[in-house]
Ligand binder design. Structure first.
Ligand SMILES: [Zn+2]
Length: 397
């Protein structure tokens, strides 16, 4: 995959199997810090460590790629210190792959006082109140210092629930910012820059963005601007439109998606990579993910329940602890959060491994039917999931 100016992107994708019915595919993604089997879920880390989970524990769960948070890391300890620590890999003591975000989304979502101009995103630091301008070049500079295997372009993010000229403006600006990001990348031989497809919920704008961005020779593409509270019916139609027009030989990353049903459906629609704070965030509220939904371990009904969270789960939490123990622990100790976080990450990673196995064995449609039956025992499947799966020839009985 040759890029411009004689550089070769440090990424290759081998498609190992394609579902004969749907758009699902199983690939081997080669990155500077090792191979990543896809479809893959990437847990999200903040401040260089997963909340309550060490790099070592994450590795033990079989994780080969996780997210580092550019906004937080760029602010403190700051890119210079992280560069001295041999990049984010050295700082986190993580020898597997890392993906960093541009920092833009964090700003728009976390910082009220942000302003977007052609130059970049201007905002007030929540740490010291100083005015900061994050430009596409600055974002890449920080991500170059962090040394991540995959960097994300700064994009102009608008809420997926708004429509009108602002959506069009943001889409065109994101294309211009992609070009500035490509020009700013100092390490094209060791760090992959991904473009982010925008265009809101408007198929014409999405298609325009796809046409323009796929002309650029970037190593991979993300589908952005979704999963922000829009109707699911709009969501899946934008996802499938995107995968229809993205290049076959490059990875497709659907940003911010992490509910089990959404993962399975979007694999059927042709996506390879996913990230979401949901599994770790929900763990902090005592919610443990299981194939039939979730267990709210704070509830009294678990006080005398001496089963593991899931008897079919082989994670360290399920091997060692009962629901009753975790329930009791919640009253006194933050260790409960740690144990449930471990389990929830294991659940997501194992779900994707099962999805992948089924694609490799050409039984993905049957896998989806079984998964949905287990998740929605009463067969009250969500309408959008029925429609999305039907669009790729998988019918739910
Ligand atoms: Zn478990």
């Amino acid at each position: 995959m040759a890029a411009s100016m004689g550089t070769v992107a440090p990424l290759s994708l081998r498609v190992l199997a394609e579902c004969r019915v749907s758009k699902a595919r199983a690939c081997e993604l080669r990155l500077p810090h090792g191979e990543v089997p896809t479809p893959v879920f990437m847990p999200v880390g903040t401040q260089g460590t997963m909340k309550g989970v060490s790099a070592h524990q994450l590795r033990a769960l079989g994780c080969c790629i996780c997210l580092g948070n550019t906004y937080h890391l760029g602010m403190r300890p700051g890119p210079d210190l992280i560069k001295k620590a041999k990049g984010l890999h050295g700082f986190m003591n993580w020898d597997q792959n890392l993906l960093t975000d541009s920092g833009g989304f964090q700003m728009v979502s976390l910082v009220e006082l942000s302003e977007v101009t052609e130059e970049g995103v201007r905002f007030k630091s929540p740490y010291d109140g100083k005015q900061i301008l994050l430009t596409p070049e600055k974002s890449i500079e920080i991500q170059n210092a962090l040394g991540s295997d995959i960097m994300m372009q700064l994009d102009d993010v608008v809420s997926s629930t708004i429509s009108g000229p602002r959506v069009e403006e943001a889409m065109y600006r994101s294309i211009r910012w992609l070009d500035r990001s490509i020009a700013g990348n100092q390490n094209p031989n060791s760090q992959n820059l991904f473009a982010i497809i925008q265009g809101g919920l408007d198929p014409k704008l999405r298609k325009k963005c796809l046409d323009e961005m796929t002309k650029r020779d970037v190593p991979g593409f993300a589908i952005g601007g979704l999963s922000g509270g829009e109707e699911k019916d709009h969501f899946w139609k934008m996802v499938t439109l995107s995968t229809d027009h993205l290049p076959h030989e490059k990875p497709r990353y659907l940003m911010g998606v992490g509910y089990a049903t959404d993962l399975v459906v979007c694999v059927a629609l042709g996506c390879d990579m996913f990230d979401c704070v949901f599994p770790t965030r929900t763990a902090r509220f005592g919610s443990a993910l299981v194939p039939w939904g979730a267990l709210q371990l704070k509830h009294k009904q678990y006080a005398k329940d001496f089963q593991p969270i899931d008897r079919n789960c082989s994670c360290p939490t399920c091997k060692r602890h009962t629901r009753a123990y975790l329930h009791a622990l919640f009253r006194s100790d933050t260790a409960a959060l740690h144990h449930i976080t471990i389990h929830n990450i294991a659940y997501q990673l194992n779900l994707m491994l099962s999805v992948r196995e089924s694609i490799l064995q050409q039984r993905f449609p049957e896998f989806v039917q079984d998964f949905m039956r287990t998740m929605y025992g009463d067969k009250k499947y969500p309408r959008w999931a029925i429609d999305a799966l039907a669009s790729v020839n998988i019918t739910l009985d």
